[in-house]
Design a protein around this ligand. Structure first.
Ligand SMILES: [Zn+2]
Length: 154
């Protein structure tokens, strides 16, 4: 299946999932209640790769869902309870705080720590895409990464 066909199939599946959502149920922990919050996120990244709960809104029926913004490619939806919202915002805060600490260090154009050649690990030579960035792994790390990923999807 081509990348485009797979994306359309996923968008159709997400539109069906969206149509069946109960607005009172947190999509992350399943808590039921009236006071839910909606995260809309567009980050030029397939967020369902981060967590399958993220729904791609591209093909969601806007007539049946008038509260949604106009169709926009790559806009994702997640409805949560306040506790999950707090966890998600805390994770974003922690990531930004950690990344902010890198200011002033020699960084590559993608924000990776740019080590001098003499400090680079020649064994760390396997590039892997993880959550939209490339990291370099050693062979044992690569083997562990593959073991955690499981067999390739068919
Ligand atoms: Zn929750």
């Amino acid at each position: 299946m081509s990348f485009v066909a797979a994306a359309i199939e996923r968008q159709q599946r997400d539109a069906e999932r969206y149509a069946q959502l109960d607005d009172d149920v947190c999509m992350v922990c399943g808590a039921v209640g009236l006071d839910r919050r909606t995260l809309l996120m567009r980050y030029f990244y397939e967020l369902s790769e981060v967590a399958p709960e993220f729904l791609d809104l591209t093909l969601v029926d806007r007539v049946k869902s008038p509260g949604l913004p106009a169709p926009e490619l790559g806009l994702y939806y997640l409805r949560t309870c306040k506790s999950c919202r707090g966890e998600i915002l805390g994770a974003i805060q922690a990531a930004i705080t950690a990344r902010r600490a890198l200011r002033g260090l020699p960084l590559g154009p993608d924000g990776d720590v740019d080590l001098p050649v003499e400090l680079e690990d020649p064994e760390r030579n396997i590039p892997v895409r993880v959550l939209g960035r490339t990291i370099m792994l050693t062979r044992p790390e690569w083997d562990e990464f593959r073991r955690q990923q499981g067999p390739p999807a068919r």
